[in-house]
Design a protein around this ligand. Structure first.
Ligand code: NAD
Ligand code: MG
Length: 391
């Protein structure tokens, strides 16, 4: 059994740290060869000392400069900026590149990893929402595998091994429903940032935690599933399952449903993407169904959580619309995190930005990034108008 080289984009984030925990648990299987983080130089330095990668990158050149001083004497090359991210993504010794930067910032390095022929362990769903068709086409061209890390998609990937693609009737993505499940519209008008940041089942980065509270996370996941598994949006549905034990299901043409279950712990799907087709021992905490007793399911409330419907609208509109949805959401979530807009303003910003957009075909990554850039400017304009009207 040869040791697999791993490069991690976003190593200082929630998924990045869990990936390093998996790598540390199986030193005879994985060697960390490259790390990239956004701006947490202190943590990146610690990771460099423990995992001894050959190359590391950080977003700003100023942080890279101080990191070089801190790591003087260690055999590591420290790079910066988007060029640094690309170098980490395509690092020489890497067999698998873990794509776990949050948002569109992950697109260019992920494409670089695909072009370099790396297997991709994909956590960053925004990459597929923004440029799914281009990313999948590049994977086919380079004959590289794109393995899902997102827990629902990892579940579906596992369930799909039970049948043929032509026999899929439906993919069913489960959703916890987030912290505001069961709230009324009046309750939602009053929710605070602190409440939105408290996810009932998963501990994750801030952006995805807010996306879970608006159900936009599930909307992005519908688009992600469409591209990953080549299934039409009409054949993808969402089921609220507050316990987050059933990670997703596939319904086959004969009526059989195949589900994947486990404790809510990202180390499971991360390890599976790193070791596929093998399974590693004792990755996730054991699941005691008798102790849990009850699992419940219900349909999502699309009126209270309109972001889910906007994602379906975006994928049906096609072309640049999903990129616009995702970028407008990133802008709205950032403003919400900085407490400049309220929770109920998030869907409004997204809807107004989408309404102002005429979708165009995307033939290149540059075109996808241009749509993203347009949407950011438009969403900023919407936020400014909203705030002016609120005064
Ligand atoms: P996070 O915020 O905890 O970490 C994000 C990482 O990206 C950090 O290392 C940060 O430094 C880096 N980063 C941010 N902006 C950057 C930039 N401009 N350039 C370079 N690096 C940058 O986020 P997370 O929760 O780990 O999520 C990462 C991705 O994985 C997201 O796309 C999310 O949707 C997806 N995902 C996360 C989970 C989870 O459980 N956390 C589950 C499924 C999917
Ligand atoms: Mg998920």
């Amino acid at each position: 059994m040869s040791i697999k080289g791993i490069a991690i984009l976003g190593s200082t984030g929630s998924i990045g740290r869990s990936t390093l925990a998996v790598a540390a648990k199986f030193p005879d299987r994985f060697r960390v060869v490259a790390l990239a983080g956004g701006n947490n130089a202190e943590l990146l330095e610690k990771q460099i000392r423990v995992f001894k990668p050959e190359v590391a990158a950080i977003a700003s050149e100023a942080s890279a400069e101080s990191l070089r001083k801190a790591c003087a004497g260690l055999p590591v090359r420290i790079l910066s900026g988007s060029e640094g991210m690309v170098q980490v993504a395509a690092a020489d010794g890497a067999d698998t590149t873990v794509s776990a930067i949050v948002g569109t910032a992950g697109l260019v390095p992920t494409m670089a990893a695909i072009r370099a022929g790396k297997t991709i362990a994909l956590a960053n769903k925004e990459v597929l929402v923004t440029a799914g068709e281009l990313v999948m086409a590049e994977c086919r061209r380079r004959n590289t595998a794109l393995l899902p890390v997102d827990s629902e998609h990892s579940a579906i990937f596992q369930c799909l091994q039970a049948g043929a693609h032509r026999d899929i009737r439906r993919l069913i993505l489960t959703a916890s429903g987030g912290p505001f499940r069961g709230h009324s519209k009046q309750d939602l008008a009053k929710v605070t940032l602190a409440q939105a940041l408290k996810h009932p089942n998963w501990s994750m980065g801030k952006k995805i935690t807010i996306d879970s509270a608006t159900l936009m996370n599930k909307g992005l996941e519908v688009i992600e599933a469409h591209w990953l598994f080549g299934v039409a949006p009409e054949q993808i549905s969402v089921l609220v399952h507050p316990q987050s034990i059933v990670h997703s299901l596939v319904e086959y043409s004969d009526g059989a449903m195949v589900a994947q279950l486990g404790m809510p712990d990202m180390k499971g799907p991360i390890a599976y993407a790193l070791s596929y087709p093998d399974r590693l021992p004792d990755v996730s905490p054991p699941l005691d169904l008798a102790k849990l007793g009850t699992l419940t399911f219900h349909a999502p409330d699309q009126e209270l959580f309109p972001c889910l419907g906007y994602a379906f609208d975006a994928i049906r509109a096609g072309g640049s619309m999903p990129a616009v949805l995702s970028a407008a959401n990133e802008v709205a979530v950032q403003h919400f995190l900085e407490e400049r807009i309220g929770y109920l303003d998030i869907p409004v910003v997204i809807k107004r930005t989408m309404d102002a957009h005429t979708p165009a075909l995307l033939s290149t990554v540059e075109e996808a990034l241009a749509a993203d850039c347009w949407a950011r400017q438009e969403a900023e304009r919407v936020v400014t108008t909203m705030r002016r009207q609120a005064i």
